[in-house]
Write a protein that binds this ligand. Structure first.
Ligand code: UDP
Length: 327
């Protein structure tokens, strides 16, 4: 397959690129390097610097590449993804996440490219009553991040009906860890690190003295939020399976990517203690956080024959090893 990976130097995009290359596919990356790392541009990749919200940047890649050979599949990773940030700056989330996807879909139409793999999120479920999310559940996002992803999911569905496009929409749960080469991973160089596992990794390595647990009065057994953590290499592998699935002409679908296991923040701390000390304090709740989000991963198993290879210890250990290597 020839695959365009939009946002291919970012944390998840670069792991997906690696999976595609390992399986001998041709990869073109479009990225504005806003959160991605230049070092994530792998040798065999054709790289275009550009922004998904700029029509001319998108048009240029499609024009240059499709005259050689059209893309078989487009993968979209170029979005803003921080729940807390989305609560305080929704405008940027609508501009980047929604407008960017509309431009991408319209450019695909112009060049008659039919297949898209789209990164959505568990945040579209909102605050599910029993915490376990099934793809057909009612969607009620409680933050702008989830809301913008839901708008995109619906946009893709309508475009698919009207313009005969095909999609796999993946709803990510909590992605963490790093590829075993430790060559690519979470971008720690940017000022804002908000995700739990990277913060815990830095605490273990004494890069931080301590971290704050955001609330212990949630409706869970120990009072801290429960999430479903999935290793980034497992998640990336699912993208390869999804691309093949849609390229083979199968029906469009929406698939959760999680492990079907939930861990509270305190359980993550417990697991992390195997790697070293973790100092923390209990603080206030963070706006926009639901109590429990766990994926039903039955559909991923049934449709893509997807199984996770890595568990929570692998996730934490690889994150710590990667962060340590960065120095
Ligand atoms: N969390 C925390 N302290 C932190 C960062 C995160 O207690 O410094 C909690 C957060 O409130 C949530 C869980 O860890 O319950 C996972 O948060 P993360 O930001 O990693 O992912 P999200 O679920 O928001 O996508």
């Amino acid at each position: 397959m020839k695959v365009l990976v939009v946002g291919g130097t970012g944390y998840i995009g670069s792991h997906a690129v690696l999976e595609l290359l390992k399986d001998d596919h041709e990869v073109v990356v479009l990225d504005n390097l806003s959160t991605g790392r230049k070092t994530s541009i792998l040798e065999k990749v054709t790289f275009y610097y550009g922004d998904i919200t700029k029509k001319e940047d998108l048009f240029n890649v499609f024009l240059e590449e499709c005259k050689k050979k059209p893309f078989d599949v487009v993968m979209h990773f170029a979005s803003k993804l921080l729940v807390g940030e989305s609560m305080s700056m929704p405008s940027e989330y609508y501009q980047n996440n929604v407008e960017g996807v509309r431009l991408l879909l319209d450019t695909m139409r112009e060049f008659n490219i039919k297949n898209i793999i789209f990164s959505s999120t568990a945040a579209v479920y909102g605050n599910p009553i029993n915490g376990v999310c099934y793809e057909e559940d009612l969607l009620k996002p409680i933050n702008p991040y989830g809301e913008t992803k839901l708008v995109c999911e619906n946009m893709i569905k309508w475009y698919s009906k009207a313009y005969d496009m095909h999609y796999v929409i993946f709803r990510y749960f909590n992605v963490a860890g790093a590829d075993s080469s430790l060559e690519i991973g979470y971008n720690y160089n940017k000022k804002v690190i908000t995700h739990l596992i990277p913060i815990v990794a830095e605490t273990i390595l004494n890069i931080r003295d301590k971290f704050t647990v955001f609330g212990d009065d949630y409706n869970t057994e120990d009072g801290t939020c429960i999430r479903d953590y999935i290793h980034v290499s497992d998640l990336a592998h699912a993208h390869l399976l999804g691309a093949k699935y849609i390229w083979d002409g199968n029906d469009s679908t929406i698939i959760n990517l999680g492990s079907n296991n939930g861990y509270s923040v305190k359980e993550i701390i417990e697991a992390a203690l195997k790697c070293g000390d973790v100092n923390y304090v209990i603080g206030e709740r963070r706006a926009g956080d639901p109590d429990v989000l766990i994926a039903s991963n039955q559909r991923a198993k049934d449709i893509l024959h997807f199984e996770t290879k890595y568990n929570i210890d692998d996730i934490i250990t690889s994150e710590v090893a990667y962060r340590k290597k960065l120095g």
